[in-house]
Design a protein. Structure first.
Length: 256
C-alpha cells in the first residue's frame, strides 16, 4: 500500500485527477474501528492522548503547533510565558473549556482571564511549548476534550472510545471508534496482530507465521516502534517523537 499525504493532495488540487487516473480510492473515509494491542506503559499513554488534549502538539513532521492553545510568547529570558487558549472547545460532558482547567497543569500556572494563562518558571526554559506537547501534560478534567470520548474503560486493561460529534478538530479523526487492549507479553501482541484481532501492535518484530507483505513497520523499517496491518492507511509522514505516530494514530490514520 502506498502511503498518501492527504494534506498535500488537497492542497495541490490534484486529488481528483490522481484518483481518476489510478482508479484508486485512497483518500481518507470516515468509518471503522481502529484496534490496537499495547504494552502496559504504552496503553495508558495512548488512552490519555486519545481522550485528552495538550496545549501544544508536535506535528508528524516535527513542527510545533497549537492544540488547546492558539499562540504563546515569553519574556526575554523565557521564564515567564503567556498562552492564549481556544474559545471553541468543550469537555465531553458539555462544560466549556477555559483557563481554569489549565491551572493544575504544573507549578506556576496562573489564570489571567478566561482565555489567557501565565506560566512562571523557576528557571528559564525556551523549550516550554515542546515540553507541554509531551505525554503527561494533557489537560484533564472530569472528562476530556479529545476527539474521542470514553465509552468503556477498564483501567490498564481495555479501552473503547467513540468519536465526538461536532468536535473542533473537524479536519482530523476518521475512525468511528477506537479500541485498545493491553497485553504484557510481546508474543501475545504479535499473535493478535497476525490473527487479525487488532490492526496495530506495540511490537518491533512480527510473529514467525505472519506474512511481512501484510504489515507496515512504523515509523520505518530500520527502527520500528510498532507494526500496523495494511488494513489501515497512514500518511506519508509519521511522527517519530513517540510511538503510534506521536500517540496520534486515532486522529491521523484511517481504514484502507
Amino acid at each position: 500500500m502506498t502511503r498518501i499525504d492527504r494534506r498535500a493532495l488537497f492542497a495541490s488540487g490534484a486529488a481528483a485527477a490522481l484518483l481518476a487516473a489510478t482508479g484508486a480510492s485512497a483518500l481518507p473515509q470516515r468509518g471503522g474501528r481502529l484496534r490496537a494491542a499495547l504494552s502496559p506503559d504504552l496503553f495508558d499513554m495512548a488512552v490519555n492522548a486519545t481522550v485528552f488534549d495538550n496545549l501544544t502538539e508536535i506535528a508528524a513532521d516535527g513542527t510545533m503547533r497549537g492544540e488547546l492553545a492558539t499562540d504563546w510568547s515569553s519574556d526575554a529570558d523565557a521564564r515567564v510565558w503567556h498562552f492564549t487558549l481556544r474559545d471553541d472547545v468543550t469537555f465531553h460532558d458539555g462544560t466549556l473549556f477555559d483557563a481554569s482547567a489549565v491551572t493544575g497543569l504544573m507549578n506556576g500556572v496562573e489564570m489571567l482571564d478566561a482565555r489567557t494563562v501565565r506560566i512562571t518558571l523557576d528557571t528559564p526554559n525556551p523549550s516550554l511549548p515542546y515540553l507541554l506537547a509531551q505525554p503527561g501534560f494533557e489537560i484533564r478534567n472530569a472528562t476530556g476534550t479529545g476527539l474521542y470520548e470514553v465509552q468503556k474503560l477498564h483501567a490498564g486493561r481495555h479501552f473503547i472510545g467513540t468519536r465526538v460529534d461536532n468536535h473542533w478538530k473537524q479536519g482530523a479523526g476518521w475512525f468511528d471508534s477506537i479500541e485498545f487492549v493491553q497485553f504484557g507479553a510481546d508474543h501475545v501482541r504479535a499473535e493478535a496482530l497476525r490473527d487479525g484481532l487488532v490492526d496495530v501492535a506495540d511490537v518491533v518484530a512480527l510473529d514467525d507465521y505472519a506474512d511481512p507483505r501484510d504489515y507496515m513497520k512504523l515509523p520505518g523499517d530500520h527502527a520500528p516502534t510498532h507494526i500496523a496491518s495494511r488494513t489501515v492507511a497512514v500518511p506519508v509522514t509519521v511522527g517519530k517523537s513517540w510511538p503510534l505516530d506521536n500517540l496520534r494514530m486515532a486522529e491521523r490514520w484511517w481504514m484502507a
